[in-house]
Each structure stands twice: as structure tokens, then as C-alpha cells.
Design a protein around this ligand. Structure first.
Ligand code: GAR
Length: 217
């Protein structure tokens, strides 16, 4: 049985599209049961519908600071679709500690930096202002703190002197689209185990390569 996944979005939905695409493979251990947006104008909604995925809008704005009220409606929608796992894909709304606790170990987020560096807004600008030579993307389990939680997978890219937030974000986005489906595959196939602040992976993994940046010539 494939794990039933909800993807929560607020905008473009390119990570959502990468997850939907990966889940079309017969051997992928998860199926995208629904895409839920907290904004009616999220461009990702059309993409999801075009892929034949059920979509739902639960506008968060009318709830204002009433996070629990919004989450009660969201939880009902998740229950209706028998959702077992949640992937946040650019979902720009903070959760209460109660909601996060309810989904602890079952809710992933992706952030375009090598966490714990540069959480929050404008991570690409933060990376450029810090002058790092390597940045990347992180998939992690969601905890009450924003852009924090046990790290599942990271991918790195070299940062060039002439990078702008736009050029860097595009290269990191390519990495995001590769690692998010892989992280979901690991979670849905039961290979991830949480040990306190750490996420451990069962079975074989490749050690991967080395990235040195800049490379001198
Ligand atoms: C992605 O780059 C994602 O990593 C980021 O929002 C973008 C959404 O793009 N998430 C965060 O910054 C979370 N703090 P998408 O809608 O095209 O997937």
C-alpha cells in the first residue's frame, strides 16, 4: 500500500510538481492524495489539477492569528483524504505546536539553504551576504521552530562570485527537485528513524562526493 501524501503549498508549486512527477513511478512508495493551498491564487493549484490531483483551497487569511482555527479545517481535510504524510512545498504559514506535534515524524519541509544556516526569509540573499562558497537545500522534519528539525537530506551547490539571488535560487531549485522526492521515498518506505534531533537512515546509502568551491585553475 502506498502512503497517502498531502502537499501543502502557497505559491508556484515547483517542488509540488517534482513530487507529483516522482509519484507517478509505479515503484514509488507514496501517492499524492491531495494538494492543499492556503491561497486561492497559488499557481501550483492549476499545475496539480492538470496532473489529475485533487486540490483544495483553505484560505488562511480570514483566520488571521487564529492558527488553531485554520488547522482544525486543515486537519478535517487531511482526515477526509486519509492523509498519512505531509510535504510542505513553499507553504508560507506557521503552525501551532499542537499541529506540529500531531504530525511529528510525518511532516517534511524543504528550505533553500544548508540548514541550520540561513533559515527564514531570503535565504539566498542571506547566503550571498554571508559570502559562503557553498549553499544548497535541506529536507527536514517539521518542528515548531521555523526551518528547523531533524535533517533528512541535503544537496549542495557552489556559489559563484557573480551569483545573484535569482541565479543562485535557480541552481538550488534544481537540487530541491532532486532531493525532495528522494527524501519522501525514504520516509514513505519506512527507512527513516528519528533519534531525538537526528534522523537516521536504515539500509545502504552512498557516501556521495566532495564539493570544493571555488576550484582553482
Ligand atoms: C522553495 O524554494 C522552497 O525551498 C522554499 O520556497 C520555495 C517554494 O517554491 N521554502 C522555504 O523557503 C521554506 N522556508 P515552489 O513553490 O516552487 O516549490
Amino acid at each position: 500500500m502506498k502512503a497517502r501524501v498531502a502537499i501543502l503549498i502557497s505559491g508556484r508549486g515547483s517542488n509540488m510538481a517534482a513530487l507529483i512527477d516522482a509519484a507517478t513511478a509505479a515503484d514509488f512508495p507514496a501517492e499524492i492524495a491531495t494538494v492543499i493551498s492556503n491561497r486561492a491564487d497559488a499557481a501550483g493549484l492549476e499545475k496539480a489539477a492538470a496532473s489529475g490531483i485533487k486540490t483544495k483551497v483553505i484560505e488562511s487569511k480570514p483566520f488571521g492569528k487564529d492558527r488553531a482555527g485554520f488547522e482544525a479545517v486543515l486537519q478535517r481535510a487531511l482526515d477526509e483524504e486519509k492523509v498519512e504524510l505531509i510535504c510542505l512545498g513553499g507553504f508560507m504559514r506557521l503552525f501551532t505546536a499542537e499541529f506540529v506535534q500531531r504530525w511529528y515524524g510525518k511532516m517534511l519541509n524543504i528550505h533553500p539553504s544548508l540548514l541550520p544556516s540561513f533559515p527564514g526569509l531570503d535565504p539566498h540573499g542571506q547566503a550571498l551576504r554571508a559570502g559562503v562558497k557553498i549553499s544548497g537545500a535541506t529536507v527536514h522534519f517539521v518542528i515548531p521552530e521555523t526551518d528547523a528539525g531533524p535533517i533528512v537530506m541535503q544537496g549542495a551547490v557552489a556559489v559563484a562570485d557573480d551569483d545573484t539571488a535569482e541565479t543562485l535560487s535557480q541552481r538550488i531549485l534544481d537540487i530541491e527537485h532532486r532531493i525532495y522526492p528522494e527524501a519522501l521515498r525514504l520516509l514513505a518506505s519506512g527507512r527513516l528513524r528519528l533519534e531525538g534531533d537526528f534522523c537516521r537512515i536504515a539500509g545502504d546509502t552512498e557516501r556521495g562526493g566532495t564539493l570544493i568551491s571555488p576550484r582553482t585553475i
